[in-house]
Design a protein around this ligand. Structure first.
Ligand SMILES: Cc1cc2nc3c(=O)[nH]c(=O)nc-3n(C[C@H](O)[C@H](O)[C@H](O)COP(=O)(O)OP(=O)(O)OC[C@H]3O[C@@H](n4cnc5c(N)ncnc54)[C@H](O)[C@@H]3O)c2cc1C
Ligand code: FES
Length: 365
């Protein structure tokens, strides 16, 4: 009997507490309407307080770059907040340099709007649009990589620089109750401006890649936004070294096609690293380009070829292959795309060859 009353009173206390917490949340977190002043009064937005700056801006069609969907793991959603953001959070610190902190740069996904804000938004971000698109084609490129072509419906045209990325928005599915968005580099060239091609590798348990690989079919409609990012060709060196692993091939494909289509006077070497033959794709595509264009060299390499692969190409880690082929940094720029581990290892090799920091550009996936 005593146990019964103890359990009953604990349950009563918990429910009462939960009730008061809900009420407190409702009233204490009711920040009302807040104003966001952009670029010294150029635009003033009125938003409901309580949401993140990133999502509030997106709801007003101002899209700040983001790859992680607001989880504070990509560090891309930086924006200058002149006033009203509150103290810097520990989640922001790892992504900000001392100079950025001094200049009030913040991660917009981490700032909860509680009062009026003054922010600065670079002009180019106003060109980022949200697109309705229909899946035209899905291709299984390897055991874990799909190539997807999205026809743009509204607006039906995108302007971007080769190397940039879009954000793909998921719809709720299975146990995932909310829409998320993730970054995917465009693999198609800017000339193909009524569609967007993405190359998406399945990440085990990944929210967006599971959605793409298991829940999307040809004919489905999706939302994209873009273009984002500063991984694009600089008007510099004559010799370009492209290095990619896995789905990192996507932006390099767009860059190579763009350069060839525009007839730019560039010599290109594209190093593509994979584990074994089952991870290779677009090999015939790049070999054909190599045959047709004397200024394009394609060097695929396998780090662990299977005996059944009958592989006669380069072997070893992509860093070892780059080390063998690239003798110096003269007249060269390097563009890298792939996992953080691969990129960090390649940066070491390139720096030993004499590449300056401002001659190396990369997107870490
Ligand atoms: C600028 C940019 C461009 C990108 N372009 C591409 C692209 O063209 N093609 C492409 O396939 N991806 C690309 N990515 C990665 C992509 O944005 C997602 O991070 C990735 O698809 C995983 O999303 P998810 O929702 O499936 O996984 P999540 O649900 O976010 O993650 C699930 C779990 O997997 C881990 N995880 C997340 N990503 C990876 C990964 N890549 N490898 C191993 N483990 C991981 C997470 O830490 C987490 O524990 C790009 C990223 C950036 C920043
Ligand atoms: S959106 Fe990725 S850190 Fe803010």
């Amino acid at each position: 009997m005593q146990i019964f009353f103890t359990v009953l009173s604990v349950s009563l206390i918990s429910s009462t507490l939960a009730f008061f917490i809900v009420i407190a949340e409702k009233y204490l977190n009711n920040y009302g309407e807040c104003k966001i002043d952009i670029n010294n009064g150029e635009r003033v937005l009125k938003v409901e307080g309580g949401s993140s700056l990133l999502s509030s801006l997106a709801s007003q069609k101002i899209f700040i770059p983001s790859a992680c969907g607001g989880k504070a793991t990509c560090g891309l959603c930086k924006i200058q907040v002149i006033d009203g953001a509150g103290p810097l959070l520990p989640t922001e610190e790892p992504y900000l340099t001392k100079d950025e902190i001094k200049n009030n740069v913040r991660l917009s996904c981490q700032i909860k709007i509680k009062k009026d804000l003054k922010i600065k938004v670079p002009e180019e971000l106003f060109n980022i649009k949200q697109f309705k698109a229909r899946i035209e084609k899905i291709e299984q490129l390897t055991h874990d990589i799909k190539g997807i072509r999205f026809a743009l419906i509204e607006p039906d045209e995108i302007r971007f620089k080769a190397g940039q990325y879009v954000q793909l928005y998921t719809k709720p599915y299975g146990k995932v109750k909310e829409s998320v968005f993730r970054a995917y580099s465009m693999a198609s060239p800017p000339s193909d401006n009524h569609a967007v091609e993405l190359i998406i590798r399945k990440v085990p348990q990944g929210i967006c890649t599971t959605y793409v690989h298991s829940h999307l079919s040809e004919g489905d409609e999706v939302t994209l936004s873009g273009p984002y990012g500063d991984f694009f060709l600089r008007d510099g060196a004559s010799d370009l070294v492209f290095i990619a692993g896995g789905s990192g091939l996507a932006p390099i494909r767009s860059l190579v096609l763009d350069i060839l289509q525009k007839g730019l006077e560039k010599n290109m070497s594209f190093f593509f690293g994979a584990v074994s033959a089952k991870d290779l794709y677009y090999i015939d595509f790049f070999r054909e380009l190599e045959e047709r264009h004397s200024n394009f060299k394609f060097i695929p390499a396998l780090s662990k070829p299977e005996p059944s692969d009958n592989w006669s190409g380069e072997t070893g880690l992509i860093t070892e292959v780059v080390d063998r082929y690239i003798l110096d940094a003269q007249n060269k720029e390097a563009y890298l795309c792939g996992s953080p581990g691969m990129i960090n290892a390649c940066l070491n090799v390139l720096k030993k060859k004499g590449f300056a920091d401002n001659a190396i550009f990369f997107d870490k996936f």
